[in-house]
Design a binder for this molecule. Structure first.
Ligand SMILES: [Zn+2]
Length: 467
């Protein structure tokens, strides 16, 4: 069998790996979008790098767009097989892929206005809402810990990756000549101390491992410190200065973690009586799906739910769907907390809130997630005194703060712990994907120190014959 790295090679997005079996069957692991700021993103996203009609099946690790976001294009270009995912991943993809399609459609309308003025030919979106809904017809839900047989050569079992709701490690068993090869793809690996979902599970012995490496050279702050630090910033901004606290957050995962932290502070009687707005329709829908899968929650939150059955809802918490209601927040004169997407501040309603509040000394921006180099979030965090938002130059007068306790990705010690269920002498090769090259090089050294050998850092389209 052959493994070909078709994405996330020396970069953190665009997850896509192709298995070709001895009898020529083609199985794709993930089909993600490139989401970094590189110039060749559009090119990489619109060309899958293989014939979609030749793919027999897709196995999806989780719903994040950098892992699932190009599935609608795959179907549009002729894929007719099944997309295997956990039930929660399927439900999350139904809202996330539709949202992604709307973003592509809106971006295209905006770009075409400019192209029309410049006399350039008009472009089409990568895919539409209709393509996203067609794609959902191919999903087939497979629960964790069920060995699923795809065909007479390939079977797999999902184990919990502990990264986001529904996230899975894909443990494949592939017949090759007279042997069975065990190949494991980690997808993204979560933290054992995640606030809401269960810790990553042990997985069966693999001969080959495709491993993520996002934080392969970093250690995170203790997740337990989040509540204390968050409360301090709420008190400073909303009580002392009577200003607004803006928290950019990913709609799935980070928003629910921040809301749950505030919910617990409220229950403890520590949260001041300010209004908290979750200003994102996608967050609202994602929260509803999380409420449906409470069996994926860890013991701490299950215990908490015995005294508060809704950890994502409390008095003064308001979910906003309507765009007009979102705009009305600008006129609100009282102190409040606004949680809005996108987490990276490159798009979404948070950009409007920044536009309106960045010049106000009594307001605070609290960054709780990853911001890529050169993004607006990155410029604000490094202390730029002026930034451009919607083409307008603003003096930065609001306070800029960050909180590093939240992360959906394991740091390097947590990833090494996660891999410690393996007999290292039996792992023939480990492929590092989904990380920046310098981080991968550091992570490779750390993995070799704990006994892993033969670690590859593949380039895009590198292929390996596995025996
Ligand atoms: Zn992810």
């Amino acid at each position: 069998m052959i493994l070909t790295i078709k994405g996330a090679a020396k970069t953190v997005t665009g997850s896509k790996h192709l298995i070709t079996t001895q009898q020529g069957k083609k199985i794709l692991l993930d089909c993600g979008l490139y989401q970094n700021s590189a110039k060749d993103n559009d090119e990489l996203n619109s060309h899958l790098g293989f014939d979609a009609a030749e793919i027999d099946a897709v196995i999806l690790s989780h719903a994040h767009i950098d892992h699932s976001g190009n599935l609608p294009l795959l179907v549009k270009q002729g894929f007719r097989g099944k997309i295997y995912a956990t039930p929660a991943t399927r439900d999350l993809c139904a809202i996330m892929l539709l949202d992604s399609a709307h973003i592509h459609e809106n971006d295209t309308v905006y770009l075409n206005k400019r192209r029309l003025k410049q006399g350039k030919p008009l472009i089409k979106p990568l895919y539409t809402a209709k393509d996203a809904s067609n794609c959902m017809k191919h999903f087939y839900a497979v629960p964790y810990q069920n060995e699923f047989i795809i065909n007479d050569e390939v079977s797999f079992v999902f184990t919990d990756a502990g990264h986001i709701l529904g996230s899975a490690v894909i443990n494949l068993a592939i017949k090759d000549e007279n042997k069975l090869i065990h190949l494991t793809f980690t997808g993204d690996i979560g933290r054992p101390t995640d606030l809401i979902i269960k810790a990553p599970e042990k997985f069966r012995q693999a001969d080959y491992i495709i491993c993520e490496s996002t934080y392969g050279n970093r250690l995170h702050d203790d997740a337990a410190l989040a509540a204390e630090k968050l409360l301090q910033i709420v008190l400073e901004t909303c009580v002392e200065k009577k200003g607004k606290l803006l928290i950019p957050a990913f709609s799935l995962g980070r928003t629910q973690e921040v809301v749950y932290t505030l919910d617990k502070l409220k229950t403890q009687g520590l949260l001041p009586p300010v209004k908290v707005f979750v200003d994102s329709p996608l967050s609202m829908n994602a929260t509803d799906i999380m409420r449906k899968y409470t069996d994926s929650f860890n013991d701490d939150i299950q215990e908490y739910m015995k005294i508060d059955d809704d950890p994502f809802g409390f008095k003064n918490l308001i979910y906003i769907q309507d765009a007009e209601e979102s705009k009305a927040l600008n006129e609100l004169k009282e102190p409040c907390i606004i949680i809005a997407a996108s987490g990276m501040m490159e798009a979404g309603r948070i950009k409007h809130h920044l536009h309106n509040n960045i010049g106000k000394e009594d307001c605070t921006l609290l960054v709780v997630g990853f911001v890529p180099p050169n993004s607006l979030g990155h410029r604000l965090l490094r202390g730029d005194k002026q930034v451009r938002i919607f083409g307008e130059v603003h003096d930065v007068k609001m306070q800029i703060k960050s909180l590093n306790s939240y992360s959906a990705h394991a740091d390097y010690t947590e990833m090494i712990d996660f891999l410690s269920c393996q007999d290292k002498s039996k792992v023939q090769q480990l492929f590092l994907v989904h990380g920046n090259e310098d981080v991968m090089c550091d992570f490779k050294i750390k993995l070799m120190e704990v006994g892993f050998n033969n670690i590859a850092i593949p380039e895009l389209n590198d292929f390996y014959e596995l025996h």
